[in-house]
Write a protein that binds this ligand. Sequence first.
Ligand SMILES: NC(=O)C1=CN([C@@H]2O[C@H](COP(=O)(O)OP(=O)(O)OC[C@H]3O[C@@H](n4cnc5c(N)ncnc54)[C@H](OP(=O)(O)O)[C@@H]3O)[C@@H](O)[C@H]2O)C=CC1
Ligand SMILES: O=C(O)C1=N[C@H](C(=O)O)C[C@H](O)C1
Length: 273
Amino acid sequence: MSEHDMKLVVVGAAGRMGQTIIRVIQQTPGVKLHAAVERETSAFIGKDAGELAGAGFVGVPVTSDPLEAFLHADGVIDFSSPASTVNFAGLAAQARIVHVIGTTGCSEADEEKILAAARHARVVKSGNMSLGVNLLGVLAEQAARALPASGWDIEVLEMHHKHKVDAPSGTALLLGEAAAKGRGIALKEHSVRVRDGHTGAREAGTIGFATLRGGSVIGEHSVILAGEGELVTLSHSAQDRSIFARGAVAAALWAHPQKPGFYTMLDVLGLNH
Ligand SMILES: NC(=O)C1=CN([C@@H]2O[C@H](COP(=O)(O)OP(=O)(O)OC[C@H]3O[C@@H](n4cnc5c(N)ncnc54)[C@H](OP(=O)(O)O)[C@@H]3O)[C@@H](O)[C@H]2O)C=CC1
Ligand SMILES: O=C(O)C1=N[C@H](C(=O)O)C[C@H](O)C1
């Protein structure tokens, strides 16, 4: 470890992603764990963050005070919940530091507050921090551009573990947005997020979403382009949460020298053409 390492705070430190991120920080040159934050009511307050994550003792006790944690930090990695992410965005803006946001399920009002915070913080936000999914988004955009809407229907299918609380997943929406971009349409006006009962025939030009939940599935996503007599399926399968954590740490390092603003993983990965 060096004194020049980027000092990172992990919020939601005891969560599935929080623990994975702490382990990845311990393995990544150029970054160090500065603080780990959980709710005041968490049973993990005061426990060593490294031991909690199965990474061995690191000398960083879990705290419930984000203000103090952000004070001398360079960046925050945040996979928590929409309400807490909006709160952390305000604090990261005050501290003028990097805020990497993996939290999904944010409302439009939440997104506006995060955008406002990005006037002062360097925010990187994505529904999926993995290289593979971001490449899949680029491919979905290309496929949607190449195949005419009159003959090809687009459906996004996802499956996640039984603990997931938001639907469609952030990744499904990212992929839907990419396909909509390829088609030159606004996703909001053309998406079908639920089907139930006598729905009538499928409306041409819409982008449909289907959600499955169960077991311990980390994340399965497919973009299906359905034509007359043929299907094109583009898919990604997450086999380990470290793909998201590695992406988030890479995003923090990338954002450190950038100007304040709102960025996505496409910027980080150089896929934003
Ligand atoms: N963009 C990406 O690549 C990925 C995004 N995600 C997203 O990340 C988020 C977290 O996922 P996951 O780790 O599975 O969820 P978990 O529920 O396991 O973890 C979330 C953690 O955040 C904590 N938390 C919530 N509110 C606060 C708060 N105000 N202060 C401090 N800690 C808080 C929770 O505590 P408590 O249990 O007490 O509420 C919990 O420990 C989800 O939105 C998920 O969709 C997940 C994987 C990849
Ligand atoms: O909640 C999860 O677990 C995941 N959430 C993200 C999403 O909503 O797409 C990313 C990943 O698929 C895992």
